[in-house]
Design a protein around this ligand. Structure first.
Ligand SMILES: [Zn+2]
Length: 137
């Protein structure tokens, strides 16, 4: 998929997820895998400046790329490990406690993001199918 095509998907999902006030830069990576842990995409958000960098492996099906875009944008809504650490420090938790709590929270968050991505993508597919049937019928 071209960078332009991915950027179009990002704008579409940015609007749907009410992230329109964010500036999201897209980088398409030629390699199939973005990170060593096997992820296909990653997002790096600077919450204070409402700026995000989305890296996506582009040599995949449109469906897989769209799923990655949805997945990473949901992460964009939720990820703010720096603030979580600060809140836990404020609450009196030591460094080790902060690490344990944040890593547990990120694991739970990952599971929730996968489920939301799957649900949102399937609903969008169903809506497109209905629209196609209306147009065809
Ligand atoms: Zn994830």
């Amino acid at each position: 998929m071209t960078k332009r095509g991915i950027e179009r998907l990002v704008r579409e999902w940015q609007t749907a997820l009410r992230l329109s006030d964010w500036r999201i830069e897209v980088e398409v990576l030629p390699e199939l895998v973005v990170a060593e842990d096997g992820r296909w995409a990653e997002i790096d958000c600077q919450r204070c400046s409402m700026l995000a960098m989305l890296k996506v492996a582009g040599r995949r099906s449109t469906e897989d790329i769209e799923r990655s875009v949805i997945h990473e944008l949901i992460h964009g809504l939720l990820d703010d490990a720096v603030s979580y650490h600060a809140m836990l420090a404020e609450a009196g938790l030591d460094k080790r406690g902060q690490r344990v709590a944040v890593s547990e929270m990120l694991m739970l968050q990952e599971q929730a993001v996968w489920r939301l991505e799957d649900c949102i993508f399937r609903l969008a597919q169903e809506a497109r199918n209905v629209r196609t049937q209306v147009v065809d019928g």
